[in-house]
Design a protein around this ligand. Structure first.
Ligand SMILES: [Zn+2]
Length: 243
């Protein structure tokens, strides 16, 4: 049987079969892949922990008839600093689901994998995990070629510096009053939050605070819904629980 060694971050999992889990990871070697972990829902299984989102794993993936099965799983880290803090954990799981919904399967990308490892490091250490999350999400948008304009008009490039800005991730970002008719799906949004996000996108690492943080988180949620064409459920849950 063909078997390959993979190193990757568990993004999401879903139940399958009687007691199995289908686990999606972003791996260094093959990009995003899904493997079946046999018996991972049995309480006594070693795979209970290995199939948790936000776990860095090494494993062997073996080809079955229709699926690939994981064997010899070894946990490199389950990020105890993130798991020790409820908000940080919810934010981390949201990040994993967002990455899953934004990335295609079987597209190996070592640079992206390296970014991912660094990003989780920032999530562990940032003073405010939500600011860390937004900083990472902005990088993700750039890497996926979908970075919206937050504080300049998408059409004319004019710098927008008002309390309310017309914003439509569907049409490319922010619009000045002269061009907002080009973005019919837009909404009048908190200008300070959008200007803050424009500044955050230029930082080399997440700052400790962000003005209008909660409004900014809602803007990032709006962008994620647009770019992944669905709701990021764990993000909605994290927002409801912690903002
Ligand atoms: Zn304009």
């Amino acid at each position: 049987m063909d078997s390959v060694q993979l190193t990757g971050l568990v993004l999401v999992r879903r139940d399958t079969g009687e007691s199995d889990r289908a686990v999606t990871l972003f791996t260094k070697e093959e990009g995003k892949v899904t493997v079946t972990m046999k018996g991972a829902r049995k309480p006594s299984s070693r795979l209970v922990a290995a199939s948790e989102p936000l776990t860095l794993l090494r494993l062997s993936a073996t080809k079955g008839r229709a699926r690939r099965f994981a064997s010899q799983t070894q946990i490199s880290t389950s990020y105890p600093k993130i798991r020790a803090d409820y908000v940080r954990l919810l934010v981390g799981i949201s990040l994993c689901e967002a990455i899953d919904s934004l990335t295609p399967s079987h597209m190996p990308d070592e640079d992206f994998y390296e970014f991912l490892e660094q990003a989780i490091g920032h999530l562990e250490s940032s003073a405010d995990p939500w600011v860390g999350f937004m900083w990472i999400a902005l990088r993700l948008f750039e890497l996926c070629g979908q970075a919206p304009s937050f504080a300049t008009c998408h059409t004319c490039g004019k710098l927008l510096n008002t309390t309310q800005i017309w914003f439509s991730p569907h049409s490319g970002g922010a619009f000045c009053p002269d061009h907002q008719n080009l973005a019919p799906q837009g909404i009048l949004s908190n200008g300070f939050a959008l200007i803050g996000l424009a500044a955050l996108a230029k930082k080399d690492s997440p700052p400790p605070h962000l003005k209008e943080r909660n409004s900014a988180i809602h803007m990032i949620d709006l962008c994620l819904r647009e770019f992944s064409e669905k709701e990021i459920k764990s993000l909605s849950y994290a927002i409801n629980q912690t903002l």
